[in-house]
Ligand binder design. Sequence first.
Ligand code: GDP
Length: 297
Amino acid sequence: MFENLSERLSGVFDRLTKQGALSEEDVKTALREVRVALLEADVSLPVARDFVKKVQEQATGQAVTKSITPGQQVVKIVHDALVDVLRGEDDPGKLKIDNPPAPILMVGLQGSGKTTTTGKLAKRLKEKEGKKVLMASLDVYRPAAMDQLSVLGAQIGVDTLPIVPGQKPVDIAKRAKQQATLGGYDVYMLDTAGRLHIDEVLMDEVEQVRNVVTPRETLLVVDGLTGQVAVEVAEEFDAKVGISGVVLTRMDGDGRGGAALSMRAVTGKPIRFVGLGEKMDALETFEPDRIAGRILG
Ligand code: GDP
């Protein structure tokens, strides 16, 4: 579907460049290709523009290294610049869950993969870090969502808070906190309700829950295939409830991962994990190198 940018750049460059340094004209030509590729990878226009400008400044006048071709050199400069923007935290997979029981608030739109990601993270915390985890669904609008979390819990061997019909999200959150404290849990994860679109009711509800539990981490789950929408969702959630990190789901799809770049450039929030499928093991710590490679193709 996409042309391979690395090859395209190498081609353009190796035709153009004479020996010596990378000329401004050469760099410009190559960066036109980069801009197109970024847009194809669903990076937003202002982000693509800024990025290209930055790389142009870095690349122009750089001495051509003997061991690699000028094309390869530009590919490397672009790759390093991508990694630079994408890198948020040194260890994005390390959640702040000292001081038990640590609340983790999971937020996002309906269908983003929030419940699935809650299960995946719980499993990871249990298996990789030996944590005792409690999960609770606050989705009082969709009983099926509550059942879904219980089913996942049973599947991965993680406790879920018993469902009490008719309780409000804030009261469920209080109950989760209490049970987590009494039960000696290290972490309790609150899977909040999502809507198809951001609305006031949703935001107010999340805000109330946040005020009750003071989460150690508020993770926004967004569909990595939605590009610009993902970025808007992140900005709105961050403005209203404050997020500590982002999980990009559906990165197993055929998208090029441009949402990751826009997300970092626009919100400044660290991407912590990527979802790579529907199975409970399909969650990985975010690696800037891999996404940069994917954007470059
Ligand atoms: P929620 O409404 O945000 O809680 O979304 P769900 O967790 O119910 O997920 C919606 C659908 O997306 C389900 O069919 C999940 O199996 C699927 N899903 C979640 N994460 C991923 C992912 O990383 N990759 C793929 N391919 N599917 C995912």
